[in-house]
Write a protein of this length. Sequence first.
Length: 198
Amino acid sequence: MKEQGDRRRKLIAVLPHCLLNQNTVVKHLASHEGAVVDLVKVLVEEGYGLIQLPCPETIYLGLKRWWMSKDQYDTESYRKMARSLLEPYVTLLKELVKDGCRYIVLGIKGSPSCALEVTSVNPEWGGEPKVTTGTVKIKGMGVFMEEFLKLIVEHSIPNPVMLLDIDHREIAEKGVPQDLEKRIRAFSELCKTVRDKS
């Protein structure tokens, strides 16, 4: 039961780092000056609390890293580092869920680390850093999000209500896609209805 005057919505969006800080995106791929403002605005307007995950690629390799594929990040050491970064955020999320919060998770479409639906692979990349062929987009998650969702299961946290891949370049060019905005707002409205009835 909510305390008198307590307005919290108990609605959480877990975000990859670069949706709030494009300065961590691999060189030449940042589509916004800072945050992906149009998307963040929709989330804030709908009462979502935001959890910003750390950027594993920047922490692991820094800002002078090359573009890379999932194949290159799919190592035992990178997964171990990812889990150590994620543990405190999973602990926080567990506390929020225990308190009645419901949550969605956003990913980065095509990311080798933070994709939820479509990631990028190229098993031929490696060795001398020159690009002769690009990556191929395939259905699947990035390494960081795979470890995040494993930890959610290991900590007995209910699954997220929605997993949504975000294309920040598309948002920069055309704004937030109507279907994406509709899904974000619909879940918020559902939570508001449930809250009002309790």
